[in-house]
Ligand binder design. Structure first.
Ligand code: ADP
Ligand code: ADP
Length: 235
């Protein structure tokens, strides 16, 4: 794919703690990029730079420039930036409302009011997250009644319902059992056909299985970044 995100000379400080050190990185469209490395090395901080979630934290200073499709992210309206750059968190966090409303909420906020259009978005998003068959007969049930793995796939569906271009995933499977983890890993092949996917994972085997590129973080720096097949042995 082409370069979707360009990170240039980026440093981030929490107060005087230098958490990201001179990051330069091109991230490619229609691919999965894994961010790996030990706990505390800056992976989540880096991910939060891409949708400006660090702006919410007091005493953060960021320098350098981050571009999406050539445009400085600081020039976007932050609401539109976060629509374009969706995020899925480690712990599934559905809204305590119906399955249907979890998905319809975002599109409605962004201006889709028509009921049959919303119905279509709900079905399409749930299909893309491989959850449709399991929930189509209970769309009005509360999402909190789903299993953890189903909740996480619902969160993925909710994120893609607003038609993002980039999907950020911060350890999306580390709270899940192996079977649920496998279902989410299986989704990646389809998600990357449509989106730029960036996933933080502690699981090296997972990075080897699902990513096209891998960046190894250590102490706030990227010490290695290459095609996954060059970093990991792939049979
Ligand atoms: P460097 O490796 O470039 O010296 P560090 O990130 O190790 O930078 O530390 C920079 C400064 O931030 C040091 O003064 C350190 O004591 C402080 N520091 C390190 N970790 C934290 C933290 N988690 N919270 C607040 N300050 C920290
Ligand atoms: P990782 O995702 O690789 O585990 P993080 O990005 O969460 O690492 O953290 C990188 C460093 O920044 C750690 O030293 C962490 O303690 C520090 N850090 C993270 N968030 C904050 C914050 N809100 N305030 C101060 N320091 C933080």
């Amino acid at each position: 794919g082409s370069v979707k995100i360009r990170v240039k000379d980026t440093n981030l400080y929490y107060g005087n703690h230098h958490a990201l050190k001179n990051i330069n990185m091109d991230i490619y469209d229609k691919s999965v990029t894994a961010l790996i490395g030990p706990s505390g090395c800056g992976k989540s901080t880096f991910l939060r730079c891409l949708n400006r979630m660090n702006d919410l934290i007091p005493n953060v200073r960021i320098d350098g420039e981050i571009q999406i499709a050539g445009n400085d992210i600081n020039k976007y309206d932050v609401i539109l930036l976060r629509k374009k750059v969706g995020m899925v968190f480690q712990k599934p966090n559905p809204f305590p409302m119906s399955i249907y409303e979890n998905i319809a909420y975002g599109p409605r906020i962004h201006g889709t009011k028509n009921r049959s259009k919303l119905d279509n978005i709900v079905e399409k998003s749930l299909r893309e997250a491989a959850l449709w068959d399991e929930v189509k007969d209970r769309l009005k049930s509360n999402a909190m009644g789903l299993s953890g793995g189903q909740q996480q796939r619902l969160c993925i569906a909710r994120t893609i319902a607003v038609e993002p271009e980039i999907l950020l995933m911060d350890e999306p499977t580390s709270a899940l059992d192996p079977a649920s983890t496998m279902k989410i890993e299986d989704l990646m092949e389809n998600l990357k056909k449509q989106y730029t996917v960036i996933i933080v994972t502690h699981n090296m085997q997972q990075a080897g299985r699902i990513s096209d590129y891998a960046a190894f973080f250590l102490n706030g720096e990227i010490i290695e970044y290459d095609k996954t097949e060059k970093i990991f042995y792939k049979p």
